[in-house]
Design a protein around this ligand. Structure first.
Ligand code: NDP
Length: 371
């Protein structure tokens, strides 16, 4: 596997690497195409934290998406990012004055990368300013908020896209292609394992007012979303059990470990684990009557590894965030339809399942879902 990985890393960005990408159009590049002369999507990032740092770095590899603006509550970060990414002062804002982006033609879209509970209000402000909205997962902390975001973006005639980077990942897309082609036969089962051991107890992820929930909102959402795109249906019922071993670190409103089962209309079932207290949990398994597929790691940054009953899937390692941003530029600028949707309606479905999971864990009963 090591040799294969080295080979794939070596070809990343080469013509061979590009030609191997399935289901991705001309917008996808592993390294920036300096000769591209078409319209680019000019993006401001709102919230300059850890993930934003990764996204900004990845965007230097993009062909069609370009970092042109900054919105932050921390002036020292603005100064450092301005210098690093050559952003003019006129494109920099704080949380009090960023409604003024409506008059800034250097900014087409705002990518919201702040704590979960802030997404809804920020997305609505960005939409009202007439800019395209890209928002991190979870889109919001409730179905109600998600619906308000969708409405605001519709009213403002702007798109609302959510940072589901795995929806553009080559191994993932190949499994979807194979499933649609009938390679696995009738789908019977999905297993999703999503978890890590969370550190610093003072971080916003463990504050329900900012996170809106615990492991489910942060990492379990990958298994919820993955069950839907791997099986290719939306669930109709959910059953969930929560385990809390450390009620000091994981206060009320912060789930530590959640096990949940989902039932799908075609008869398939899913069994998933979401946790903030175990390591090495990043695996998807899809079973059908004629074969199986596995992603392991399934949703970690890089590299994703996949195989089926026929053997390993040989696709290049990509920088997820760079591919995502170029593809989102194509969706916004060209109206491109992605293989797996990344719009607000798609993200709302995950919030509906997560609300069902919380409801089931609390009541001890199976909850029917209308997605
Ligand atoms: P960080 O804490 O590292 O960054 C969040 C940033 O938001 C801060 O640095 C700060 O930026 C800004 N902010 C504004 N208000 C607050 C507040 N009250 N408390 C804390 N920060 C605030 O978080 P992450 O970058 O890890 O996560 C941000 C979002 O990205 C989350 O929704 C998370 O789920 C998502 N995410 C997605 C990943 C993916 O793979 N798709 C991976 C990791 C995170 P500033 O100082 O500039 O104001």
């Amino acid at each position: 596997m090591d040799t294969r990985r080295k080979f794939l890393q070596k070809i990343s960005g080469s013509a061979i690497g590009l030609s191997l990408l399935p289901g991705l159009g001309m917008a996808t590049r592993l390294t920036a195409d300096k000769t591209f002369s078409g319209k680019t999507l000019n993006v401001a990032i709102l919230g300059l934290g850890n993930y934003a740092t990764r996204v900004a770095e990845a965007m230097t590899l993009c062909t069609r998406a370009k970092l042109t603006g900054l919105i932050s509550g921390t002036p020292s970060k603005i100064a450092a990012w301005q210098a690093k990414y050559n952003i003019p002062a006129k494109n920099c804002y704080n949380y009090d004055n960023y409604d003024a982006i409506q008059d800034n033609s250097d900014i087409d879209a705002v990518y919201i990368i702040t704590p979960n509970a802030l997404h809804a209000e920020e997305a609505i402000r960005v939409a009202k300013a007439g800019k395209q909205v890209i928002c991190e997962k979870p889109m919001a902390i409730s179905v109600k908020e998600g619906e308000e975001m969708i409405d605001a973006c519709k009213k403002a005639h702007v798109k609302l896209l959510v940072g589901y980077r795995m929806h553009f990942e080559p191994h993932t897309l190949e499994i979807i292609r194979l499933r649609k082609a009938g390679e696995f036969g009738k789908i019977t089962f999905f297993q999703g394992l999503s978890g890590f051991t969370i550190g610093d107890p003072s971080q916003w992820r463990l504050n329900p007012k900012l996170s809106g929930g615990g492991s489910m909102m942060d990492i379990g959402i990958y298994s919820v979303n993955g069950s839907r795109y791997m099986i290719g249906e939306d669930p109709v019922w959910v059953n969930a059990v929560e385990t809390k071993n450390d009620p000091v670190k994981f206060v009320a409103g912060i789930d530590e470990t959640m096990q949940f089962q989902l039932g799908f209309p075609g008869g398939a079932v899913a069994s998933c684990l979401s946790t903030y207290s175990m390591n090495n949990l990043d695996r998807f398994f899809l079973d059908g009557v004629n074969g199986f597929a596995e992603l392991h790691p399934a949703t970690g940054y890089d590299p994703t590894e996949g195989f089926t009953h026929k053997g390993p899937l040989n696709f290049p390692t990509t920088v997820h965030q760079a591919v995502q941003m170029d593809e989102m530029a194509a969706i916004i600028l060209d109206g491109k339809q992605p293989v797996l949707p990344v719009d607000g309606e798609e993200a709302l479905k995950d919030l509906k399942v997560i609300e069902g999971i919380y409801k089931s864990a609390k009541s001890g009963k199976t909850v029917n879902l209308t997605i």
